[in-house]
Ligand binder design. Structure first.
Ligand code: ATP
Ligand code: MG
Length: 472
């Protein structure tokens, strides 16, 4: 039983700066087990707002009034984890089947300690129910769920008479208030309804004591999915080998996931390999200067490559935003779990990709210094590129802005690396930007690794203070 009393909900007005707007005023009611409540009202009357509040999905705004689950004030995560919410637009993983999507959600939403087999059995039962009901209209299927003891509150636009008849109770909103509120205030109907509401709220006390105790414990618990469990579900196949959700699916999706992460860098690596072939071979006199110039240019292009290639990482995050918001609202995990899962799977691809591409360039170019350092600097720059792309994708309202913002930003640190202009010649008012330049640190590391034991005079580009050259 869910009861709510005198709900008033105010948020910052997104149409007028510095003003607030009241979306719900004095809304009271109750949801009964085994019953369906039809929440009706014209567009903008506050239906979705009320559903979001009942399901604990509002993160902004000020709410007054009381929402009780079987007489208990729920903790913040409780309604998220213990209500099912079907959103208007579909925010599902396109590469999972219905059964897999349900299993994935059950694994994240169910108690971490519950055996996987038990969760999968529940999924099978749900699929069986839906399968049996495949020729029935959706509302009839939902009505069957309600008849089984589930509490349902649905908002619906212009239901047909046949659909409408299947609901048990009705609540009508107008302008954020219960309809006919003016006539309703102070009326005998209001008094009767208040009486009934009180009875509904008190009805919780009649439940068996064991159930009440469990409810009280659940409502006050503040637990959410443990991060380790969330990471395991997102990244790895479940204990039954044939089940795999996101991480494994991504890796198996060559055109959609791997190709944009690997092929662009591979193409540029091949160009660098063939263009600068043998550039690091020892040379004397004037040829030694030419060698140093070409080598530093090759290392410059090699170092800035991960900055540009980061564009490949933007779309994933932008496309998954609705899904991420929904899964967060469903209490499936904490934001940090999602971020860690993303960085781990990106890191795994970057590790393999960087080892292969570094081998492909280091030996044909006859580079000096340590291979491990050459690889590590490239790998680290790639990881920073991933984080940068994710940050820009998270801040951009859509994919177009993200795609324009990333290269526009990445152009700027190129000037401060030291290859296009000596740091000592850069004007004082731009010096600070050089210190924030992750590509500059990468290039200097590659140059030190390359030239530390060489007697070629390097000062044409890199300031002596930044090069730990042996005294010559
Ligand atoms: N931050 C805000 N500032 C101003 N108005 C807002 C804000 N948030 C929501 N609204 C408005 O509040 C009203 C209630 O929105 P809600 O989504 O609850 O309506 P609804 O009854 O679900 O409508 P629909 O039938 O179209 O889905 C809408 O008119 C909406 O534009
Ligand atoms: Mg709505």
């Amino acid at each position: 039983m869910v009861t709510f009393q005198d709900l008033e909900y105010r948020v910052a007005n997104n149409a007028k700066w510095r003003e607030t707007v009241t979306l719900l005023t004095g809304v009271s009611g109750s949801l009964h087990p085994r019953q369906m409540l039809a929440l009706l009202g014209p567009s903008g009357s506050g239906k979705t707002t009320l559903l979001d509040l009942l399901a604990g999905r509002k993160t902004t705004g000020a709410l007054s009034g009381r929402i009780l689950y079987s007489g208990h004030a729920p903790s913040k995560p409780f309604p998220r984890r213990h209500t099912g919410y079907v959103e208007q637009c579909d925010t599902l993983l396109g590469n999972l089947t219905v059964q897999e999507m349900l299993a994935y959600t059950a694994e994240l939403k169910g108690p971490a300690a519950e055996p996987l087999a038990a969760k999968l059995a529940r999924v099978d039962a749900a699929v069986a129910t839906l399968g049996l009901a495949s020729c029935r209209p959706v509302v009839a299927t939902v009505a069957a769920l309600a008849a089984g003891g589930i509490t349902v509150c649905a908002t619906i636009h212009s239901p047909s008479a046949a659909v409408f008849r299947q609901f048990d109770r009705l609540m009508l909103l107008l302008g954020g208030r219960l309809a006919l509120a003016a006539a309703y205030q102070g009326s005998a109907l209001r008094a009767a309804n208040d009486e009934r509401l009180k009875r509904d709220a008190d009805a919780a006390a009649d439940l068996p004591p064991a159930m009440l105790a469990e409810m009280a414990a659940r409502c006050s618990s503040s637990t959410s999915t443990p991060a380790a469990h969330g990471l395991h579900v997102i990244l790895l196949p479940a204990s039954q080998a044939e089940v795999a959700y996101r991480g494994r699916r991504d890796l198996a999706d060559f055109p959609g996931y791997l190709a944009p992460r690997v092929l662009d860098k591979l193409a540029v690596a091949l160009l660098i390999m063939t263009l600068y072939w043998g550039v690091g071979r020892p040379a004397e006199g004037a040829a030694a200067i030419a060698r140093a110039i070409n080598l530093s240019a090759a290392l410059f292009m090699w170092t800035v490559l991960p900055g540009f290639a980061a564009a490949a990482y933007c779309p994933t995050l932008v496309e998954e935003r609705l899904l991420f918001n929904r899964e967060l609202s469903d209490g499936l995990y904490q934001p940090i779990t999602y971020l860690a899962a993303k960085l781990l799977s990106e890191g795994a691809v970057a590790l393999v990709q960087s080892l292969a591409l570094c081998a492909l360039t280091y030996f044909p170019l006859h580079l000096g210094g340590q291979w491990v350092l050459y690889w590590f600097v490239y790998f680290l720059t790639t990881c920073i590129g991933v984080v940068l792309a994710y940050a820009i994708a998270a801040l951009s309202p859509n994919i177009y802005v993200a795609n324009a913002a990333l290269p526009a930003y990445v152009i700027t640190p190129l000037f401060f690396v030291g290859q296009l202009m000596r740091p000592s010649d850069q004007p004082a008012h731009w010096k600070w930007y050089g210190y924030l330049d992750f590509l500059r640190y990468g290039w200097i590391a590659q140059m030190v690794n390359q030239f530390e034991h060489s007697h070629v005079f390097l000062a044409f580009n890199v300031e002596r203070s930044e090069m730990r050259r042996p005294a010559d």
